[in-house]
Design a protein around this ligand. Sequence first.
Ligand code: SF4
Length: 297
Amino acid sequence: MGSAQKLLRWYDLHGRTLPWRKTRDPYRILVSEIMLQQTQVPRVILYYASWLKKFPSWKRLAQASNTEVIHAWAGLGYNRRGLMLRDIAREVVERGVPQSEEEWRELKGIGPYTAAALAAFTLDQRTVPIDTNIRRVLGRLLLGIPYPQPEHDARMREAANDWLPKRRRYADIPQALFDLATSICTKAPSCAVCPLREDCLTAPKFLSGSVPIPKAMIKKAIEKRHRDKSYPDRIYRGRILKLVREANPRPVSISAIGSAIDPAFDPVLDKDWVKAMVGRLMKDGFLKEKADEINLA
Ligand code: SF4
């Protein structure tokens, strides 16, 4: 039995039951994929059903205003993703639902990973979406690299193409890889209990203890932070948006924002910082300003 078949057999027994795995509907799959970008699975589960209740179709989402989207997305973080999802829905309503990975890639906001995921999950196409988790498993299994990086993706794609099974379960393979990546083939993998250990090119290295586990594999993106603030700017931008959302339809005075989002706000040292964050939120299409007051765009 090949390692892809072993993976599927393991997945049939141990795979997670997640709401978006029960459907092949492109809209529902896309919603889950966008929500899962930078948000943990348990949190997405909480918001997924309510989003679909509010916006059950491409058409309904395409009609949604910025305010509606921002309200519904509240709690998922990185609000721009909600607006991007709405914009993709508008394009789909206009052009029709893509019928291949290549067609998905033509839509603004859909990158190579999401296009491959949609092709696999909705069309059962023979492709493997490569994200951090899948890269880790396939790089170890097929290339013998303990900590694979994006520069290995091209080789990985070639190797995955030979590795994919003949049997058509292309929608299940990435899901199985996700589950293995988060439960067994983690940063410090548990090769001894892995269903793929006999086929894995890296298992002998890990099992012999000859691979040092790096303390910080991924350099954390350097997030912009003002002076000695406790959090990066994106957290304070989120607070501004929350403030405006909760006040809506009443506008919020710009001069009232600083102390509302930061107890240590300094009117001299932090004034321009708040203004810059408001400017960024306006540029991103979340807010509009009128006479020193802001509201949802
Ligand atoms: S044997 Fe180890 S390194 Fe290979 S896929 Fe399994 S957990 Fe990952």
